[in-house]
Design a binder for this molecule. Structure first.
Ligand code: NAD
Length: 504
């Protein structure tokens, strides 16, 4: 029996093949657990269970209030197991315990609470006034979509699972979720909490397995009504292709290369902290990281030396130690990707002004091969590959500009449009710049703050649709217009039949 099993149709089970895979702590290389490795057969079984739970089970017929009580119960259980979840999240993905306990677990819990509130407060039916047709009654009904699948990445496994499950089930759908193979543990632990919350079987199903089999089934199956995907733009394109076979609606949250614009009236101390926080939190393995800092020429030299100086003070170490700022990257393969981009940066731009290598002198027992120093390239041209491509590691490109128009042009010169920042002492000026950035979120004098109540998603190749907020709830509801002619007999109010004929 695997240490962490699949959760299908209300029961935990091994994969049909009996196969397992090991998950490791990237900080030390130690094995943490054996996880049941789902295959296509398990994915089909999970989708069928979700289909039955939707078509025949009580969940979609329950009132919003009844569903909200269950969704809130999941949030409560997350709160009760917060320490255990935080440690598991930090060990499985290499993020720090500080991030896991202050952001990841409360963030996931907050998503369940928010969508429970949506289920309780958002009307299922709205009456429309003012029809041009005499004596008609018109309503719009909001209905669940059906079976909703969610495919999630390794960088924020617990929050991403929560963002996919909570809105789906709150709105009356059933759900099948696949975590990434590097980081399956907190999603599978969440399955245990959902089991304890006693939802009807099949409402939530969670299975870890490869993207090429399990993920493809979740996106392509004709039994699935909607797919939500968070991950790379490349796989996002494949998800769209698979979903197109049955014209399935998709929500896609994809890559980014966000610009953090530092205007010359910014408080440099605050802005430098904002740029470093915006780039290096979780080692830059964040889709909306501000990995391009656009700095106005008048403050450029002073600001760049502040960045280099302070980046050197970021403490790399054991993620389970509260004193650690940065843990390892998720896997050695991610370090190799970063090394390739840093080598490219050396060719394109020159020596980085700080970092550029794996760290030395880490505490004993840590796997140096899995760590990388915060790295900054200055004087980068926006056309450079390191400024255009998502690296998904601790690498910042600093780009100088002269005028606001130039800053906006550079910021928008990207295939992505997920997020961005403006650092300025003049809020009106900053808001005017923010309005011209073609991107889904802009933080003024801040960065990274995502809140379940506000919409999140991308422009351009950063995705389709929005998660969170009321927008993220409606993304899981179908809209039905019901027109009633209250006249149950007779021909008054049916003058429009004459559009066909007076004789019928
Ligand atoms: P990835 O695209 O490689 O994988 C994401 C998920 O898709 C995983 O569960 C994977 O197993 C699955 N998958 C892979 N191939 C598949 C296929 N053919 N069919 C179906 N599923 C498949 O991404 P990753 O490396 O796990 O995560 C990093 C990427 O995620 C980055 O590009 C990052 O920007 C993006 N991301 C975006 C957001 C956002 O909200 N926009 C948030 C987090 C991460």
């Amino acid at each position: 029996m695997a240490d962490y099993q699949l959760f299908i149709d209300g029961e935990r089970c091994d994969a049909a093949s009996g196969e397992t895979f090991a998950t490791h702590d990237p900080a030390t290389g130690e094995k943490i657990a054996d996880v049941a490795k789902a295959g296509r057969e398990d994915a089909v079984r999970a989708i069928e269970a979700a289909r039955r739970a939707f078509d025949e089970g009580p969940w979609p017929k329950m009132s919003g209030k009844e569903r909200a009580a269950k969704v809130n119960r999941i949030a409560e259980l997350i709160g009760e197991h917060a320490d255990e979840l935080a440690e598991l999240e930090a060990r499985d993905g290499g993020g720090t315990i500080r991030k896991a306990s202050l952001a990841d677990i409360p963030g996931g819990k907050g998503a369940f609470e928010w969508f429970a509130k949506m289920a309780e407060t958002q009307p299922d039916e709205v009456t429309l006034e003012g029809s041009p047709f005499p004596a008609s009654e018109n309503t719009v009904r909001y209905e669940p979509m059906g079976v909703c699948t969610g495919i999630i990445p390794w960088n924020f496994p617990f929050i991403m699972a929560s963002w996919k499950i909570a809105p789906a089930i709150a709105a009356g759908n059933t759900s099948v979720i696949k975590p990434a193979t590097f980081t399956p543990l907190t999603a599978l632990k969440l399955a245990e909490l959902i089991e304890e919350a006693d939802l009807p079987p099949g409402v939530v199903n969670i299975l870890a397995g490869p993207g090429g089999t399990v993920g493809e089934e979740l996106a392509g199956s004709p039994l699935v009504d909607k797919t939500a995907f968070t991950g790379s733009t490349e796989v996002g394109r494949r998800i769209m292709q698979l979903a197109s076979a049955t014209v399935k609606p998709v929500t896609l949250e994809l890559g980014g290369k966000s610009a953090n614009i530092v205007l010359d009236d910014a408080d440099l101390d605050q802005a430098a902290a904002g740029v470093l926080w915006g780039t290096f939190m979780h080692g830059g393995q964040v889709c909306e990281s501000g990995t391009r800092a656009l700095v106005q020429r008048g403050i450029y030299d002073e600001f760049v030396s502040m960045l280099a100086d302070r980046a050197g003070k970021i403490v790399l170490g054991n993620p389970l130690d509260f004193a650690t700022d940065l843990g390892p990257l998720v896997h050695r393969s991610q370090v190799e990707t970063v090394e390739r981009y840093v080598a490219l940066g050396r060719d394109e731009v020159g020596e980085p002004i700080t970092g550029g290598a794996k760290p030395e002198g880490l505490p004993e027992g840590l796997d140096t091969e899995c760590y990388f120093q915060p790295t900054i390239f200055a004087d980068v041209d926006n056309s450079a590959k390191i400024a255009q491509e998502e690296i998904f590691g601790p690498v910042l490109s600093v780009i100088p500009f002269d005028t606001e128009d130039e800053a906006i042009a550079i910021a928008n010169d990207s295939i992505y449009g997920l997020a961005g920042g403006v650092q300025s002492g003049d809020l009106d000026r900053a808001k005017a710049v923010a309005a011209r950035m073609r991107t889904g979120t802009v933080w003024i004098n801040d960065y990274h703050l995502i809140d379940p109540q506000r919409p999140f998603g991308g422009y351009k190749q950063s995705g389709i649709g929005r998660e969170l907020g009321t927008f993220g709830y409606d993304a899981y509801r179908q809209v039905k217009h019901v027109h009633v002619n209250p006249e149950t007999s007779g021909r008054d109010n049916h003058f429009h039949y004459a559009v066909l004929s007076d004789q019928i």
